[in-house]
Write a protein that binds this ligand. Structure first.
Ligand SMILES: Nc1nc2c(ncn2[C@@H]2O[C@H](COP(=O)(O)OP(=O)(O)OP(=O)(O)O)[C@@H](O)[C@H]2O)c(=O)[nH]1
Ligand SMILES: Nc1nc2c(ncn2[C@@H]2O[C@H](COP(=O)(O)OP(=O)(O)OP(=O)(O)O)[C@@H](O)[C@H]2O)c(=O)[nH]1
Ligand SMILES: [Mg+2]
Ligand SMILES: [Mg+2]
Lengths: 274, 292
């Protein structure tokens, strides 16, 4: 009947606005709503909002990662555009992994930014984790190699690498990441095992472009969604999961050492609809 | 991109060169999509499209022989109007020293912009003094010190390490004593919903009475730009906007959102990580970029 169809249209519009305002983006929002519309029209079943939430949970719930190959050491790269929270995340991640029983080593491979090494050293100290930095000259790939060496010498089982912020439009800087990958893979089988893209929750549609580029050139296999303690919802991560299948691994929820949490899809979807 | 979309719509009305209100609506839907994809806030888009509709259903446009060009022209004009008249930053106010406060969300580019701004002012024959009042983030003060020393710019670093307001005040006193005409205050990144830190901005402002309060925003920001800029403006009365990381490929719709909600012009674009990568904001180039 017409009244019910109009109501459903109005509800669908308001839900689509929630998605748009969360930076899910026009295309991904339309895809989500199209899937829902079809089944709602057919089944006339549970309310639209519940279906959208289920669909988003489906998109965001990645299959559990395969058990980590016993790599020695495991190598984690944190990459991304400027200012997204990489250095802070490396510190937080070192603390988190240490709490889980790992013995991490931090690698300061940002040789460009003013006082980047001092900044990371402060975090390493707070986490109680050793840090390896440039001996001299400062080729990031060489520092990563040194850190892997040091990890083996000191019995550390995971190396977490902080890299310089870089725009994906800078081909020379993306090539630098490719070199880091190559050097790491030669030093440890399967390295880098985790390449985490630090994505600022406030980013708009450019986040999808960043994810595509960093996936292609840096082999990103997971996302850290930072600054989710603000008002931005980081909905571009939904579009990224949809299009590229990249899982969100962690969320940054503040500026303190403990402010990094494993990603929880239901909490995320709840917050998006609040 | 917008021009091409219009050509498709109007090409679809074969033989009919003149516009109908229905064709205008189809065009407006395309405008809405283009702006949303460019990250303009959806409420700002709604208001903007309404304004374009009012002008587009005018008899002159509907009867024109080149309706697509007319509508594109209206969109361009309205966008340019929104970006407003440029105004000189750091005009003569007679106050010495002038004090510029750089504020904004975490990671938006404030510290880098502070150094760039000092370089810019020096090239104009002024004598700027930099001070970081970020007593919170590890190595933030050091970061500005390194940038300053790399560029041979004066950086004030008082012994005071606890109070942002006291550090700012100390810099103004030094400026007066040593004849610097501008003090550039780099503040810590903060969330607009962090009441303690937003109150710290009030304390800093009370201590040094800024002549300029520049909101530094990342060009790749999405829908949230309206919330953060709006709240910063409500709490700290922004006088100008700096849009950073314009050297990327973000469409930059946040520019429109921020100007729409704050109502002050964008004064500079940051277009890279080097000291010289600061330009006067160019509204026409921004409009072309936003329309794809
Ligand atoms: N509120 C909030 N702030 C964060 C979070 N993560 C990082 N930050 C802040 O974001 C700012 C930038 O963090 P950095 O770690 O320096 O970012 P980065 O990606 O290493 O920056 P570049 O190396 O210059 O590219 C700092 O002020 C951090 O404290 C988070 O989860 N929440
Ligand atoms: N490509 C590019 N990078 C920029 C630009 N402006 C700043 N950056 C980079 O963005 C990152 C963050 O810059 P900062 O100046 O530390 O940002 P901030 O706002 O002071 O950060 P917090 O103090 O932590 O809030 C650094 O890597 C800068 O080099 C720009 O216009 N273009
Ligand atoms: Mg960093
Ligand atoms: Mg700073």
């Amino acid at each position: 009947n017409e009244g019910a169809a109009a109501d459903r249209r109005a509800t669908a519009d308001s839900i689509e606005e929630v998605l748009l305002e969360a930076d899910v983006g026009v295309a991904a929002a339309a895809r989500i709503m199209a899937g829902i519309d079809a089944e709602a029209a057919a089944a006339g079943g549970p309310p639209l909002r519940g279906r959208v939430r289920r669909e988003m949970l489906r998109i965001l719930s990645a299959p559990p990662p395969p058990p980590p190959v016993a790599a020695s050491p495991r190598v984690v790269l944190v990459v991304g555009v400027n200012g997204t929270g990489k250095t802070t995340t490396v510190g937080k991640l070192a603390a988190l992994l240490q709490r889980e029983g790992a013995r991490p080593l931090i690698c300061a491979a940002d040789t460009f930014r003013a006082a980047a090494i001092d900044q990371l050293a402060a975090w390493a100290q707070r986490a109680g984790v050793d840090m390896v930095k440039a001996r001299a000259g400062g080729d990031p790939a060489a520092i990563v190699y040194d850190a892997i060496d040091a990890a083996r010498a000191r019995g550390r089982d995971v190396v977490i690498v902080d890299t310089a912020g870089r725009l994906h439009t800078r081909s020379d800087l993306m090539a630098e990441l490719e070199k880091i990958r190559r050097v790491a893979s030669r030093a440890v089988a399967g390295a880098p095992h985790d390449v985490l893209l630090a994505l600022d929750a406030t980013v708009g549609q450019n986040g999808l472009v960043q994810a595509r580029q960093f996936l292609e050139r840096a082999g990103v296999n997971g996302i850290v969604l930072t600054k989710i303690d603000g008002t931005a919802k980081g909905g571009i991560a939904v579009a990224i999961a949809c299009e590229l299948g990249l899982p969100i691994r962690y969320v940054g929820v503040g500026e303190a050492l403990e402010d990094l949490l494993p990603f929880a899809p239901d909490a995320y979807v709840d917050a998006l609809f609040t | 991109v917008l021009g091409n979309r219009f050509r498709d719509i109007f090409a679809g009305i074969r033989g009919e060169v003149r516009l109908t209100p229905a064709a205008v609506e189809a065009a407006l839907r395309e405008i809405r999509l283009a702006l949303l994809e460019a990250d303009v806030n959806f409420k700002v888009v709604k208001a903007f499209v309404a304004r374009v509709r009012d002008r587009a259903v005018d008899r002159k446009v509907l009867d024109s022989l080149t309706p697509a060009q007319q509508v594109v022209g209206i969109v361009r004009d309205e966008l340019l109007a929104l970006f407003g008249k440029q105004r000189p930053v750091f005009g003569a106010t007679g106050r010495r020293p002038q004090v510029v406060l750089l504020i904004g969300l975490q990671g938006s580019g404030k510290t880098t912009t502070a150094a760039k701004l000092a370089h810019w002012l020096r090239r104009q024959g002024r004598r700027p003094l930099l001070v970081s009042v970020d007593v919170r983030r590890p190595a933030a003060v050091e970061q500005l010190a390194v940038l300053g020393s790399q560029a041979d710019l004066a950086v004030h670093d008082p012994a005071e390490r606890e109070s942002a307001a006291a550090r700012a005040r100390s810099a103004v006193e030094q400026a007066r004593a040593d004849g610097f005409d501008t003090v550039i205050v780099d503040t810590a990144g903060r969330l607009h919903v962090d009441d303690v830190l937003m109150s710290e901005l009030d304390e800093i402002a009370a201590a040094v009475d800024p002549t300029e309060r520049l909101y530094v925003a990342d060009a790749m920001t999405g829908q949230d730009a309206v919330k953060s800029a709006g709240e910063f403006h409500r709490r700290a009365a922004i006088t100008g906007i700096v849009l950073t990381k314009m050297d990327g490929d973000a469409r930059g719709g946040a520019a429109l959102s921020i100007v729409a909600v704050v109502g002050v012009p964008i004064v500079f674009s940051g277009c890279g990580e080097r000291l010289e990568d600061l330009e006067s904001f160019a509204p026409d180039r921004m409009v072309s970029r936003m329309l794809g």
